[in-house]
Design a binder for this molecule. Structure first.
Ligand SMILES: NC(=O)c1ccc[n+]([C@@H]2O[C@H](COP(=O)([O-])OP(=O)(O)OC[C@H]3O[C@@H](n4cnc5c(N)ncnc54)[C@H](O)[C@@H]3O)[C@@H](O)[C@H]2O)c1
Ligand SMILES: [Zn+2]
Length: 356
């Protein structure tokens, strides 16, 4: 099932959302908006001012970040929905980043065996990734995304100007996921984005906004072709086998980094192995490295670091028969899924990180 993606260069996507919510489809619906503290302050006033259909909506606030994604928060929200008279016709509108849409989608999937929900992403990661594809989840015992459902949003409303208040670190983390998407799909766009980062004192927000719609379309097309993550959707894991292990290791070391930064480091490692094993372009690899190191100031890995990261990679659920499987690129737009890599190749890639 495809979600209705609302965006347009001419008509504001919020105006489109208003029209949709006023339409026959939602005539009997009660609306519930989910926010966290930051989106309550930074985004809710704008949403309500532009979408009159939501003037009388109830709203619920969840904790900021990963703490929102818990069974306890889900149970509280189910209780609050019941107390507020929610029924099978009710609609949850998730106004926030991936944490808000993951918990809101999860709650919608479970309530009365599934009610409708709409994502209104306010982070870059939310816009180009988390709001699309219908994966919802909560964390259990510090392990991420352990319990969840596939439940497609009715609609996704992309309003890029929400990014204007997003903290820098969140924005560049999203830009690295954007680089991943463009590496999977469009060489010219990737080169433009990377060059605009390298030539920019801070970050090129207008250039980033230019590619949002293209990234949304790409994710939507991959997800529609493989909704349950059985085949080509796996390409979206480019950079993530290394990235997840690096993210977990840094967290264990009390040196936590964002998921997007970890994916950026993972992408550099995956592109390096792509040049070594699949003849991927060294120029594109170098350009990505320049973009990444323009954004992050991250120390190189020591031998001890590489062994710890490797032990996390051995636990990755995508491994098969003792081999570590990874997505690599033959060229931009030509991923190869499930490439087996051995431990020495992983050590080599981690030790090359940051070395020009
Ligand atoms: N379901 C999926 O397919 C999917 C895909 C990718 C990521 N995710 C999940 O998404 C989560 C990460 O999402 P995220 O990076 O958006 O993080 P997030 O939701 O924690 O948001 C990041 C921070 O930005 C703040 N914020 C959000 N919008 C703002 C705005 N417009 N102005 C100011 N502050 C704002 C938030 O309050 C938070 O502090 C992870 O839990 C990840 O597992 C899910
Ligand atoms: Zn990711």
């Amino acid at each position: 099932m495809k979600s209705n993606i609302l965006y347009s260069s001419r008509i504001s996507s919020l105006a489109k959302l208003n029209r949709l919510l006023m339409s026959e489809t939602y005539s009997d619906a009660k609306f519930f908006i989910l926010v966290d503290e930051n989106t309550y302050n930074q985004c809710l006033p704008l949403l309500i001012s532009k979408v009159s259909a939501l003037e009388n909506a109830d709203f619920f606030e969840v904790p900021v970040g990963e703490e929102a994604k818990s069974l306890e928060v889900a149970a509280q929200l189910w209780g609050a929905l019941l107390d507020s008279g929610a029924d099978r016709n009710s609609v949850i509108l998730n106004l926030g980043g991936g944490c808000v849409s993951d918990i809101g989608g999860f709650v919608a999937a479970g309530f009365k065996r599934g009610i409708r929900y709409i994502n209104i992403p306010t982070t870059l990661v939310g816009m180009i990734d988390a709001s699309i594809g219908g994966k919802t989840a909560v964390n259990v015992e510090n392990a991420k995304n352990q319990v969840g459902f596939f439940h497609q949003p009715d609609a996704v409303c992309i309003y890029p100007d929400f990014l204007d208040t997003l903290p820098d670190l969140e924005l560049v983390s999203g830009a690295l996921e954007m680089a991943k998407t463009l590496l999977l799909s469009d060489e010219k766009a990737f080169v433009n984005l990377a060059n605009s980062f390298v030539g920019c004192a801070k970050y090129p927000l207008d250039e980033i906004k230019k590619y949002i719609v293209q990234c949304v379309d790409f994710k939507q097309s991959v997800v529609s072709a493989d909704p349950y993550d059985k085949s080509i959707r796996k390409m979206l894991n480019l950079g993530h086998t290394f990235g997840h292990a690096i993210e977990s290791y840094m967290l264990e070391q009390n040196r936590a980094i964002t998921h997007g930064i970890a994916v950026g480091i993972g992408l550099e490692c995956a592109l390096y192995l792509s040049t070594m094993k699949l003849g991927f372009s060294k120029d594109i690899y170098t350009l990505f490295k320049q973009m990444l190191h323009h954004i992050v100031d991250f120390e190189r890995f020591t031998l001890a670091d590489t062994e710890h990261i490797l032990s996390y990679m051995r636990q990755d659920k995508k491994n098969h028969d003792g081999l570590i499987l990874c997505v690599l690129l033959q060229e931009v737009g030509a991923p190869v899924i499930d490439v087996a890599i051995d431990e020495n190749e992983i050590r080599d890639a981690l030790l090359k990180f940051g070395k020009f």
